[in-house]
Structures are given as C-alpha cells and as structure tokens.
Ligand binder design. Structure first.
Ligand code: SAM
Length: 278
C-alpha cells in the first residue's frame, strides 16, 4: 500500500474518532498556499495590512511524521527556510506558525480545544481571541482585514449556515478556505458540493476565486482536498495579474506529481535499486 501506513491522526476528544492527520496531503496543500499567498501579499502590498486571523488554528506545531517526509520528497518544499526551520526540529508547522514566521505581524488565533488554546497562550507573538467558537468569531467580524484562514474539519457539512458570513468577510479580507470534498462517492455528497459551488459563484458577485485540488491519498482516493482563495476586493486586481495564480498552480502541480508518482506504479519489491525514470 503506497500511502496507507501512516501512524497517527488527531482524535476528536468527544467521540474518540480519528479525524485528521497533520501533514496529510490536504495539510501540505493548505500550508503551501498560505505560504505563497502571504509571501506574495508582502511583495505586492509592502507596508499594508498583513495581519493573520485563524479561527480554527489547531496546535502551534505537530510531530513531523515519516509519511509527511515521504510525501514531500522531491518537492523542494523542505528547502524553503521557513519550512526547514520546523523540519530541523522534527516538527510540521501549523499554518498560523508559518504565517507568524513570514509576516512577523499581528497573528490572532482560536481553537475549540482548551488544551490547544493553552498551547497558543504559551507561544510568543500570538494573540488568543476570547470567543466561544471559531464560526462565531468569523461572523462577528464582518469587516475583518488582512488574511483569514478558514480550516474547519468539514466545511461542506455546515456551508449553508456559514458561507454567508464567510462571503461577507471576504468583501474586506483575503480569505483562504479548506474543503474536504467527498463528491467522489457520488450521490448526495456530489449534489451538496455542486450546490456549494453554485452559491460560492453567486456570492462572490464577480470577484472570483482560485481553487486547488489534490486527491485525498495516494492509494485509492475516495475524496479530495481543496483550497479556495478569495482575494479581498483591494487585491483582486493584483491577484488577476497571473503571478499569484501561476505560483499557486505550479505548487499544486508539484504536490500532485509527487502523489501520482506514489500511486501510478509499484515495483512490488522485486527491484533492489531505483527504477529508471523515477
Ligand atoms: C483541520 S484542524 C486545523 C488545522 C490548523 N489550521 C493547522 O494549520 O494546523 C481543525 C481545527 O478546528 C478546530 N475546531 C473544530 N470546530 C471548531 C469550532 N467550531 N471553533 C473553533 N475551532 C474548531 C479543531 O479543534 C481543530 O483543531
């Protein structure tokens, strides 16, 4: 099995279900986009608001697993100094920690788990927002500024309730949204996804967005990881100059090629050296 022997996922405290593996393909895509978008915003808008807000911030960092290292092999991501600084310590950074390293600006975070909030309190450079829920914070900040990451576990389960608030926020701030897309299973999930996409189109009202997608895993993908970037009106024009779109497309393809390499061909263990062309 090409990509199935990873060792741990986070447990949902309430149910004990396994929910999310830090450093999975979706996490790689999400963090790479956060890195590229913030780097680009610093280039095109020096001195402008680069504050970072993250209502579903997770933990500051996680153990860097063997499987994450395997997924990153050959992508060049480990050579980026901000990523390398974490890898050297055996850590996979959360998006908020990456953002803080890049912008050195205001970094506001919240997570529903009390233990995680304690971890953020003990980190220099972060401000923990006093709210009861990440969605509540987002909805209470309709004219928020800077960059917002919206990275809940399952946006497509709650999109009808929260997309309006997210779209309102995206009229002022640049918003990056993570979506776990189960449409590959067909039926109701596909219909739900189609309705979400139609509502997003309509709600953006011509402002547009960029979307990246990777398969959920490199064994037999049953779902897809997606990231959507909704640039604030003030940066839409610059985002449309194709520099950012080009960088995000290339980065997404680099990860996609790494994934394809893992599932398209297996030697079944009978070769001892590297296969020609790999
Ligand atoms: C996919 S993880 C986020 C990962 C994080 N963005 C990172 O870069 O490491 C989702 C997080 O959302 C938190 N969460 C789920 N529902 C929430 C809610 N309603 N309000 C705030 N946090 C929530 C979970 O505790 C979990 O840490």
């Amino acid at each position: 099995m090409a990509d199935s022997d990873w060792t741990w996922k986070e447990r949902d405290g309430g149910s004990g279900r396994l929910l999310y593996e830090p450093g999975n393909w979706g996490d790689l895509l999400k963090n790479l986009w956060v890195f590229l978008v913030l780097q680009w915003l610093l280039e095109v808008r020096p001195g402008q608001d680069t504050s970072y807000s993250d209502p579903f911030a997770g933990a500051p960092a996680y153990p860097l697993t063997r499987n994450t290292v395997k997924r990153l092999a050959g992508t060049g991501i480990g050579k980026q100094p901000v990523f390398a600084a974490f890898f050297e310590r055996g850590l996979w950074p959360s998006a908020a920690s990456l953002a803080r390293c890049l912008t050195r600006g205001v970094c506001q975070v919240y997570d529903q788990e009390a233990g995680r909030r304690d971890e953020w309190r003990s980190q220099a450079g972060f401000s923990l927002v006093e709210v009861a829920d990440g969605w509540e914070w987002l909805a209470q900040t309709p004219t928020g500024k800077g960059f917002w990451l919206v990275d809940p576990y399952d946006f497509l389960a709650v999109w009808e309730e929260w997309l309006p608030s997210l779209l309102t926020l995206a009229k002022h701030a640049t918003v990056q949204l993570y979506v776990y897309n189960r449409s590959a299973g067909g039926g109701a999930q596909l219909a739900n996804y189609r309705r979400f996409r139609a509502a997003l189109e309509e709600g953006r009202d011509g402002l547009g967005y960029l979307r990246g997608r990777l398969a959920s895993d490199a064994f037999l993908p049953r779902a897809h990881h997606e990231v959507f970037l909704l640039p604030a009106p003030g940066v839409v024009e610059a985002a449309a100059d194709r520099v950012l779109a080009g960088r995000l497309a290339e980065a997404t393809r680099v990860l996609s090629r790494a994934q394809e390499k893992m599932y398209q061909f297996e030697t079944g263990g009978f070769t001892t050296g590297p296969v020609e062309g790999s």
